[in-house]
Design a binder for this molecule. Structure first.
Ligand SMILES: Cc1cc2nc3c(=O)[nH]c(=O)nc-3n(C[C@H](O)[C@H](O)[C@H](O)COP(=O)(O)OP(=O)(O)OC[C@H]3O[C@@H](n4cnc5c(N)ncnc54)[C@H](O)[C@@H]3O)c2cc1C
Length: 430
């Protein structure tokens, strides 16, 4: 990825091409301006353009530069929190609706992929939430029961079935969620951008919004080479809101705690080895205290990830942990070489729920997906488009006031150092 400190992101090498875009040059006007070219902003732009709204999307770097081009590619249902916990935190009406609509999130993602023929290695065959130890089995059983009560097609698997579906040693069970699946995430972002442009959205890349002001009726956004005047503004810069530090209205910038997540991808494995890993194409993550994930890609690479940043002292510990974990999970692989490695920022919130602000009557901002953003970004982007069309009820989140977190730097470092320390000493699967 251009301008990236870890320019070894597999997804940038294997994604279907991004549509041709250019920086903004000169002044422009539109009905709705969108800041941020990730799943949220792109979904909003696509749905607005399809509704005949003249919209402009401004992306500081390139399409999918943020979390959308760096993630694991697990298209999961719901949020990170258990469904019952969401209802307990938000109440039956609001929480119940959020759970239901995000439960259908993967369906919305895969429907868009089909409708717009998005080339993104999409597989809708379920994901596996892998149980680590007895505590993991309990966790998976609770989630299975809560989702099944809501009619979702989920299944708690025993250890032997989990071993057969993963090819991995060491897991005590799993939750198989058949609503879910995997994508090449940057390819999905590129496809959304292509579809949005085809529907009439104007998308400008390498165009950070540097500043903005409101005159009561319109919002004026300043960029290096021109201003955009819009009737309404959607801020979708999420955990990457720091790209342009003086961007106004982004209460999220001081609210979110950044948590880094890294991934290492092997070279394509020989077919006889590749066929022994995740034979049905599931993507996985586990219940471990410091979560890990693994999946394969279309070329037969194995992609392993966990919490931590690759530009800190933790890099050596994380890489050694990735090697050790793969050896323990898949002893038949022997020593593997990593061809790609990268990391990305996840926006965490204090209550583990996404947050939605309305800093002015014609400006909306959403962020803080806590690591679950492919389906939510797509669903919330759609809802934001509806909100700007005057349908406030479309957004299933309450509007809240920004709650700046003075300890965000400390908390972020805690995630990072805690994960590095855990990875340094952890031989739980070895
Ligand atoms: C490593 C990693 C693994 C993850 N794995 C998964 C997963 O498997 N499944 C899942 O569902 N979710 C996952 N997530 C979460 C998911 O990727 C994010 O929640 C989602 O991408 C957020 O999308 P977004 O569009 O809201 O924000 P982003 O994709 O972060 O996009 C924000 C964009 O705003 C731009 N921007 C910022 N400031 C400005 C400005 N001033 N002017 C113009 N543009 C600006 C940025 O450049 C960026 O491109 C993961 C996240 C990470 C980092």
């Amino acid at each position: 990825m251009r301008n990236d400190r870890t320019n070894r992101n597999l997804w940038t090498h294997s994604a279907s091409p991004a549509p041709e875009t250019a920086p903004l040059s000169g002044d422009a006007t539109c009905q709705v301006a969108i800041v941020g070219g990730g799943f949220t902003g792109l979904s909003a732009a696509l749905h607005l353009a399809e509704a005949g709204i003249d919209c402009i999307l401004l992306e500081a770097m390139e399409i999918g530069f943020g979390g959308s081009g760096r993630n694991v590619g697990l298209v999961n249902a719901g949020m990170w929190m258990r469904p019952d916990d969401i209802v307990a935190a938000m109440g039956e009406t609001v929480g119940g609706r959020l759970v239901e609509e995000l439960g259908d999130g993967p369906a919305q993602v895969f429907a868009l992929i089909e409708k717009h023929a998005i080339d993104c290695e999409a597989i809708r065959n379920g994901t596996l939430h892998l149980a680590v130890g007895e505590a993991g089995v309990k966790e998976v059983a609770i989630r299975a029961a809560q989702w099944r009560r809501r009619g979702a097609p989920v299944e708690a698997l025993a250890a032997d079935r989990t071993a057969a579906l993963t090819g991995a040693r060491g897991f005590a069970g799993a939750l198989l969620d058949r609503r879910a699946g995997t994508v090449q995430p940057l390819g999905y972002a590129h496809g959304l951008a292509r579809a949005a442009i085809a529907a009439g959205a104007r998308v400008f890349t390498a165009t950070p919004v540097l500043d903005g002001r409101s005159d009561g009726n319109s919002v004026i956004l300043r960029t290096a080479n021109g201003e955009v005047r819009a009737g309404k503004l959607l801020l979708a810069s999420n955990a990457y809101s720091g790209v342009a530090p003086s961007m106004p209205w982004s209460g999220h910038r001081d609210e979110l705690v950044p948590m880094y997540y890294f991934q290492f991808a092997t070279r394509p494995l020989p077919p006889d080895l590749a066929s022994r890993i995740l034979p049905e194409g599931h993507g996985c993550w586990d219940t471990g205290l410091v979560m890990t994930s693994f999946r394969t890609d279309k070329a037969g690479r194995l992609v392993f990830g966990s919490i931590g940043a690759l530009d800190t002292l933790g890099r050596t510990a994380h890489e050694a942990f990735a090697r050790r974990s793969l050896r323990a999970l898949f002893p038949f692989l022997g020593n593997v070489d990593f061809e790609y490695w990268w990391d990305g920022k996840i926006g965490m919130t204090a209550n583990n729920l996404p947050s939605f602000h309305r800093p002015e009557k014609n400006i909306w901002s959403i962020a803080g997906y806590n690591g679950r953003g492919i389906s939510p970004g797509t669903v919330f982007g759609h809802a934001l488009a509806q909100v700007t069309l005057g349908n406030d009820e479309a957004m299933m989140l309450p509007v809240t006031q920004p709650a700046p977190d003075a300890l965000r730097a400390v908390k972020s470092a805690f995630y990072d150092l805690g994960a590095a320390a855990k990875h340094f000493i952890d031989r739980r699967l070895g």
